[in-house]
Ligand binder design. Structure first.
Ligand code: DGY
Length: 447
C-alpha cells in the first residue's frame, strides 16, 4: 500500500472521523475507557492522553475526563492509577483485590492503591492554552488546580521523603511501562515472590505472547500483596517496598507537569515558589543522579540496589519532554540514540533485527528486545507523542516530522491499536485503543 508522506485533507478528515467514532464507542457516559475489552475502567495517564486529543473534538467533554479522574483522588492527594467507579468487570485485578476498603482517605468507590505518571497538569494546560471560551476555561483551571497541586505535593512528600529532588515509583505499573526490560534487574531481586492467590484475565482479550510473562505477574501481585498488608500506608510502602526506582520517564513527566502547573498558577495569580523549587531540585538531580556521562544516557536509579538500571530503552530520550537537557546534550542524545540503527533508528542492527517504524520502545540490538511483547520493544503512540513534543521544543522538527509520519502510517495501515511491531507495523495488544485515536487527532491538528 502506498501512503502519502503527509496526509491529504481528505485523508486527515477520515482519520479524525475514525478516531471520533472509536472514542464515542469507548465512552461509558462518564469517562472514556482505554479500550473496549482489556481495559474497561478509568486509567490515570490514559485519561490525560485522551483529554489532550479529545479537546479538538469536544473540549467540554475533555474537561469532564479530567474531573472524573480527580474524583478518585485520595485524601492525601494521591491520584490512583485505576478507578473502578462502576464496580467489577472481567478485568483483573478486581476492585476487591486491592483491599482499599476502609483505608483512610480512600474515595467512595474502589481504586487501585498505586499512581501513574502525572501527565494531567500538562493536559490541563493544553486544554486551557488554546481554549476559545477563556472565562469557562479559567473557571475550569480554578476548579482543578488545587487538586493537581495536592497530587504533586503528595508525590514529593510520599515518594521523595529524603528530598533528593526526584520521586520514586514503588511498582512497575506506576511507570506506565509495566514489563519494560529496564526494570528486569529490580524485579529479579524479588527472588521468591509470594503473591496472594490470583488468576490473570488478560488472556481473554489479548494474545499472551504479547503480554507480560507469568514471572512478571507473580512479582506485580507480590508487591500489591505487601502494600495491602500495610494498609496502603505511604510511609510503610516507601520504607519497605523491595521495588523502589527513580524512573527517568516518570520524573521527566513530573518535571514537565510542574512547569505546566506554574504556567497555570500564573494565569490564576497563584504563587509559584513551591513549584519553582521542585523544578530546580529535579533538574539538578537529573544531572547528579540519572545522567551517566560514560554511556551518554539518562538511566533509571534503583534505590534498593543503589545502582543504575542500564538496559537500553527509549527513556534516555524522555528528558527532552521535560525540557531538562541543554540544547547541545539534547542534540547529542538524539543523534546517538534516535539516529542509531542498533537502537531506535530504522534499518538493520548487528543482530539481524531490521525495523521500519519509529520509535521502538526498547533498543533492537538488546537481547531483551521483543518486538510484539507489550513494553519490550513495540512502538506505542503515547511514546511517539511524548518524543514529538520534546523534539519540537528543542527545534528538531525534521526528527519530529519523521515520527509523526510513521505514527500516521501505522494507524492508517493497522488501526488504532495498543501497540505496533516496529518491523512491519503488525497490530498488537488491545484493539480499539483510545489514546492511539486521541493522540492521532492531536498529531493531525498540532503536529
Ligand atoms: C495492565 O493490566 O496490564 C495494566 O497495565 C495495569 O495498569
Amino acid at each position: 500500500m502506498s501512503v502519502p508522506d503527509s496526509p491529504t485533507p481528505a485523508d486527515a478528515g477520515a482519520l479524525r472521523e475514525e478516531a471520533r467514532r472509536l472514542l464515542a464507542a469507548n465512552d461509558t457516559g462518564s469517562f472514556i475507557k482505554p479500550s473496549l475489552g482489556q481495559y474497561p475502567h478509568q486509567w490515570n495517564w490514559d485519561t490525560a492522553f485522551i483529554a489532550i486529543g479529545l479537546r479538538h473534538l469536544d473540549r467540554v467533554r475533555a474537561r469532564d475526563e479530567v474531573r472524573t479522574l480527580l474524583r478518585g483522588q485520595w485524601g492525601d492527594g494521591m491520584v490512583p492509577h485505576i478507578l473502578y467507579p462502576d464496580g467489577a468487570s472481567d478485568y483483573f485485578p478486581t476492585p476487591e483485590y486491592w483491599q482499599g476498603d476502609g483505608v483512610e482517605g480512600a474515595p467512595p468507590f474502589p481504586t487501585s492503591g498505586l499512581t501513574q505518571p502525572p501527565l494531567l497538569a500538562t493536559a490541563v494546560r493544553r486544554l486551557h492554552d488554546d481554549a476559545p471560551d477563556r472565562d469557562a476555561s479559567l473557571a475550569f483551571v480554578e476548579e482543578v488546580y488545587a487538586k493537581l497541586l495536592a497530587w504533586h505535593r503528595w508525590l514529593h512528600a510520599a515518594r521523595d521523603p529524603d528530598a533528593t529532588g526526584l520521586v520514586a515509583i514503588v511498582h512497575p505499573w506506576e511507570s506506565g511501562t509495566d514489563n519494560a526490560p529496564r526494570f528486569a534487574p529490580a524485579m529479579e531481586a524479588i527472588v521468591e515472590p509470594t503473591p496472594p492467590p490470583y488468576v490473570r484475565a488478560d488472556g481473554a482479550h489479548v494474545r499472551l505472547e504479547e503480554r507480560p510473562l507469568p514471572r512478571d505477574y507473580d512479582r506485580y501481585m507480590h508487591l500489591i500483596g505487601l502494600f495491602r498488608s500495610w494498609r496502603w500506608s505511604a510511609e510503610a510502602i516507601y520504607d519497605g517496598s523491595p521495588f523502589l526506582v527513580q524512573d527517568v520517564l516518570f520524573n521527566a513527566i513530573t518535571h514537565r507537569a510542574e512547569s505546566d502547573l506554574a504556567a497555570l498558577a500564573r494565569d490564576l495569580g497563584e504563587p509559584t515558589e513551591e513549584l519553582d523549587a521542585w523544578r530546580e531540585a529535579s533538574a539538578a538531580a537529573f544531572e547528579s543522579r540519572l545522567w551517566d556521562g560514560a554511556s551518554g544516557r539518562y538511566l533509571d536509579l534503583d534505590l534498593r540496589a543503589g545502582r543504575w538500571l542500564t538496559e537500553d530503552s527509549f527513556v534516555t530520550l524522555a528528558p527532552l519532554f521535560g525540557g531538562i537537557p541543554t540544547p547541545e546534550r539534547a542534540r547529542e542524545l538524539v543523534a546517538r540514540h534516535l539516529g542509531d540503527p542498533e537502537r531506535f533508528a530504522p534499518g538493520e542492527a548487528a543482530n539481524g533485527v531490521r525495523t521500519r517504524y519509529l520509535v521502538p520502545t526498547h533498543a533492537k540490538g538488546s537481547e531483551r528486545f521483543e518486538p510484539r511483547r507489550y513494553w519490550c520493544g513495540p512502538v506505542w503512540m503515547n511514546v511517539n507523542w511524548l518524543l514529538v513534543q520534546g523534539l519540537r521544543a528543542y527545534g528538531m522538527d525534521d526528527r519530529a516530522d519523521a515520527i509523526v509520519r510513521d505514527s500516521l502510517e501505522l494507524v492508517r495501515r493497522s488501526g488504532f491499536v495498543e501497540y505496533y511491531d516496529p518491523r512491519d507495523g503488525t497490530p498488537c495488544g488491545s484493539r480499539s485503543f483510545s489514546w492511539s485515536a486521541a493522540l492521532t487527532v492531536d498529531l493531525l491538528e498540532v503536529g
